[in-house]
Design a protein around this ligand. Structure first.
Ligand SMILES: *Cc1c(COP(=O)(O)O)cnc(C)c1O
Length: 389
């Protein structure tokens, strides 16, 4: 079995830059006017086609600052998918808002019927494009624009995905991304937010920790900052220069990684296609994915058979995660016990109990992908074989 757990290696160009920064000791973004963090922001905004970017300590920090910069009042309701990472409801709670969970279907995307039902009365929406599966952004933006409700895209794990030719993260008012090791660009930790709204990014920059006149080191219309001086709390969620130096050379490798990840995903999806016990949800017509993993649903298996399948895969050296079949999975909403109100979401629960997740890093070759696909098929064969009499 190929190694599926390791993150992407750090390019040599980054090592040289890290060494240079270590020799200068210049680790704080506001020491110089041309910090690698500011360069990363300019390059990232340009690559995505956005006007402004702010690099911060994590995608969670970006989501939190987005909610704060929207000026939501205490106890404002934020509609989020019931299938997302625990960091999302956590960011909502951190911003003194209340998450409202929206059902997700067996294709891992927002259920639009439930979305339409729950949107009225909400003050903001966060859409998580889980593992690159993009919900129908045309319908979502039409509904939210008509209601005047701002949309934050949590594209933490979807960098490189496009919707109708547009980069994910540029469709809503704000897009947030992660540089944690298991995302498309690996800095260990880190995040970034993008927007075209000068007033919004000015507030986020100040709150991220641009104390005193450090906002002058951001190329945003300075008029947008002047009115926020001394008016906002400083949460200090900055990115350090070493992290930016690790990410910048990876940004130019992004399109290659996206292509390789999509090739690997589609190759394994095709190999699983003929299996009656497995269904791989297809992408939506407007969506071009950037996968670094594959998700598929087990069909007509009991709970015991699902658990048996995971064991059989494990015996073949393949780690399969079924989101709903462990005590502590951070993507299972019933494990978000820190929420005061957390009603059952039966549609999402049914999906999580059958949805499998297998990492397929872009660095794998097709022969290695074949080994992964064969292990899945062998494990399901062993699980579902008629027992000997
Ligand atoms: C990883 C992830 C996050 C959190 O990102 P951090 O940078 O670790 O805070 C949020 N949402 C989704 C969908 C993620 O996959």
């Amino acid at each position: 079995m190929p190694n599926l757990t390791d993150a992407e290696a750090i390019p040599d160009a980054a090592r040289a830059e890290v060494e240079r920064i270590l020799q200068s000791g210049d680790l704080f973004r506001y020491t110089s006017d041309h910090s690698p963090v500011a360069l990363l922001e300019a390059e990232f905004a340009q690559a995505l086609g956005s006007t402004y970017a702010l690099a911060v300590s994590s995608c969670s920090a970006a989501l939190f600052l987005s909610l704060k910069a929207l000026g939501l009042p205490r106890d404002a309701k934020v509609l989020i998918p019931a299938f997302t990472f625990a960091a999302v409801p956590s960011a909502v709670v951190h911003a003194n808002c209340v998450p409202v969970l929206c059902e997700c279907g067996s294709d891992y995307r927002i259920d639009l019927t439930d979305f339409r039902r729950k949107l009225p009365g909400c003050d903001a929406v966060i859409i998580s494009h889980m593992r690159g599966h993009t919900s129908d952004m045309d319908v979502i933006m039409e509904l939210c624009d008509a209601a005047g409700i701002p949309v934050i895209e949590d594209a933490a794990h979807s960098l490189g995905t496009t919707w109708a030719g547009r980069n994910i993260g540029t469709i809503g008012k704000i897009g947030c991304f992660s540089f944690q090791s298991y995302k498309m660009l690996n800095a260990g930790e880190g995040g970034i937010m993008i927007t075209d709204d000068a007033d919004l990014i000015a507030q986020a920059i100040v709150m991220s920790g641009a104390y005193e006149h450090n906002w002058e080191k951001h190329p945003v219309l300075h008029a947008a900052f002047a009115k926020w001086q001394n008016q906002l709390p400083l949460y200090n969620l900055r990115l350090n220069t070493l992290s930016a130096a690790l990410i910048r050379p990876q940004l130019s490798a992004l399109s290659e990684r996206v292509k390789a990840g999509r090739r690997n995903h589609d190759h394994v999806a095709q190999a699983l296609e003929g299996c009656a016990w497995i269904s791989v949800p297809s992408s939506l017509p407007a969506e071009e994915r950037a996968p670094d993993s594959i998700q598929f649903n087990l069909v007509d298996l009991s709970d015991a058979q699902v658990d048996e399948f995971v064991r059989e895969a494990g015996a073949r050296g393949l780690k399969v995660q079924v989101f709903g079949r462990s005590d502590d999975n951070a993507r299972a909403f019933w494990n978000w016990q820190f929420l005061e109100v957390n009603p059952d979401q039966p549609m999402t629960r049914a999906m999580l109990d059958r949805a499998c997740d297998v990492r397929l890093p872009a660095r794998l070759g097709l022969a290695e992908c074949d080994v992964v696909a064969q292990a899945i098929l062998d494990a399901i064969g062993a699980t579902m074989a008629p027992s000997p009499v």
